[in-house]
Write a protein that binds this ligand. Sequence first.
Ligand code: NI
Length: 213
Amino acid sequence: MPPRSSYMLIGALLATLAAIGLIAWVVWYKTRPVPVMQVGSVSSTAVTPTIQIGGPFALTDNKGRAVTDKTWRGKLMLIYFGYGYCPDVCPTELQIMSNALDAMGKDAKRIQPLFITVDPKRDTVAFLADYVSHFYPRLIGLTGSPEAIRKVADEYRVTYEKVEDDSDASADYSIDHSSFIYLMGTDGRFLTMFNTGTDAVTLARTIKSYLKP
Ligand code: NI
């Protein structure tokens, strides 16, 4: 056998072995056990868990009608939780909501402003009817049983607590409560929320950004 052809045979043999080795490596690489830390720990821990805000409710409006979270489907709901005897924060926030809606022109019709009381004992249907009329013509006040109020407040992560150390205990109590304005979508789902003191212009502009043309 001429030396040249035996070199070629050896070369072909080595090439074949190399190819087999490469295939074996690819198979091993694709089927190798992947360490758990590598799989998703970086990306999955970077994702902030979604906190559910909002949910179903069944309450009574300031005209005595039974309403639910589905009553205003198709409109954005702009919701504030507070109480009628609140001396400062609640009236201020409701006024900001009203000013924002005034600033929105005809788009305001696509928003339903709601005031949900955390003081159903004093904020009766009749009381709320008078109360909401001082702010915005279409503002609707909602009240209900203490249990129904607690349920909807919990759904919206609203905290409230009667201040127990008031000296004249009876009717003149105040209530500590969280203060956010919630914007809910036409399907009732949470869109965004606003801190206390957000001005009416910012409020109106943000609400508009959620309105589909
Ligand atoms: Ni208040």
